[in-house]
Design a protein around this ligand. Structure first.
Ligand code: SAM
Length: 300
């Protein structure tokens, strides 16, 4: 995959030389090109911004340097054999960056990032390049950063680890929280390693059983449990029920958690649900999202 980043702070992208992304670059799995936007300015001050039309506070990034920088990055990429560019524009007003979107971007051969500063980039830049390639406007969260470089690092790290051969074990991201498939809408449960006893704390016995089926069921149950408990109190809407739970009848068993009034403790009954079409879910208690009205509920 080829990555181009156009920025006024090329040094901000130094972390792309570190750890997993750095190794992917060293192995040639990621071909990263960082461009200084100011290389396409021609005045003494290397100006990239100007006052906004219509007045108001802050400055807006100018069309001309962005246009020239993007044209140059595109020309360079095409010359070196890259194809299928996609522009990724970090912006708080963009599509929320999710694992699903990370997977989508990881399937593209060439990403061109345009992290902005000030009040953002003149709208016409995105409109112009949208006539030549898909433009993804992406937000990494409901807060406002000073610039888009940190968002580029976030998106790149999430995308790079999905590229074939980047993770040592190709299977590992399939069990990740939010991974498309069985883990979509689920958080991964707790993990443990040696020693088996630390400061009086034991690991769950099932993990020493050597019984793969039981361990898989335990992990699945823990994922449900953590997903339910992990709902941040400020989140008004619970996540969509997991596909694997569709059609399952869940019976209320315990009281609502006062911190998470949208949740109720339930017991699966009978314990024979199809998990995403594969295998069966075992175990007993899970927490599930339920309508605030209470009573019997179905998670599907
Ligand atoms: N005035 C803009 C607004 O309210 O939407 C915010 C501009 S912000 C100070 C400057 C730049 O930081 C943005 O253009 C974008 O590139 C980046 N940025 C800030 N918050 C972001 C977020 N949550 N996700 C992605 N990029 C963000």
């Amino acid at each position: 995959m080829r990555l181009d980043v156009v920025t006024i702070f090329p040094e901000y992208l130094e972390p792309l030389n570190v750890s997993l992304v750095g190794k992917a670059r060293a192995r040639g799995q990621l071909d990263v090109h960082v461009h200084d936007l100011r290389d396409w300015t021609y005045d003494r001050h290397n100006t990239v911004d100007d006052t906004p039309y219509g007045g108001g506070p802050g400055m807006v990034m100018k069309t001309e340097p962005w246009g020239e920088a993007l044209d140059a990055a595109l020309a360079d990429g095409y010359e070196s054999g890259a194809h299928g560019p996609v522009m990724v524009v970090p912006t708080p007003s963009g599509r929320p960056f999710t694992q699903e979107l990370a997977v989508e971007l990881s399937e593209r051969p060439w990403l061109i990032f345009t992290p902005a500063r000030y009040e953002g980039i003149d709208r016409r830049v995105m409109d112009e390049y949208a006539t030549r390639m898909p433009v993804y406007e992406v937000s990494i969260g409901d807060y406002v950063l000073a610039g888009g470089e940190a968002a580029v690092l976030v998106v790149t790290e999430a995308v790079a680890r999905l590229l074939p051969g980047v993770l040592g074990n190709a299977e590992s991201h399939r069990d990740d929280s939010f991974a498309p498939g069985e883990m979509a809408n689920l958080l991964e449960g707790p993990v443990y390693t040696k020693p088996p006893r630390w400061r009086g704390r034991e690991i769950p016995e099932v993990l020493l059983s050597g019984h793969h089926g039981k361990i898989a069921r335990w992990r699945r149950d823990e994922a449900f449990r953590r997903t339910a408990r992990g709902l941040p109190p400020h989140r008004a809407e619970p996540p969509r029920p997991d596909r694997a739970l569709r059609g399952l009848r869940l019976r209320q068993e315990g009281p609502r958690d006062p911190e998470h009034p949208g949740l109720e403790t339930v017991r699966r009954r009978p314990i024979l649900a199809q998990a995403g079409g594969r295998g069966r879910i075992g175990g007993c208690c899970v927490l599930a999202y339920a309508p605030a009205t209470g009573g019997s509920s179905s998670a599907g």
